[in-house]
Design a protein around this ligand. Structure first.
Ligand SMILES: [Zn+2]
Length: 70
């Protein structure tokens, strides 16, 4: 399910996690050569990608959840 990015936070390993509108998070780390997202390292890059849609696998795994907040 595609969900827009509404913000970001760092996890305990200092990797960037995008906060999605559904309440889930998704890693958006820059980890070349496999994952190449240099934009995530810079504040303006992250801001530029706000509102971009990511495919939230957790939503697809838990389609019945009405309110996903812990
Ligand atoms: Zn989700």
């Amino acid at each position: 399910m595609n969900q827009p990015i509404i913000g970001y936070h760092l996890d305990e390993e200092q990797d960037w996690v995008a906060d999605l509108a559904c309440g889930h998070g998704q890693h958006v780390r820059h980890n070349p050569p496999w994952i190449n997202r240099p934009w995530v390292m810079a504040e303006e890059g992250r801001t530029a990608h706000l509102g971009e849609y990511l495919n939230c696998k957790r939503c697809e795994e838990e389609p019945e959840k009405e309110n996903i907040r812990d």
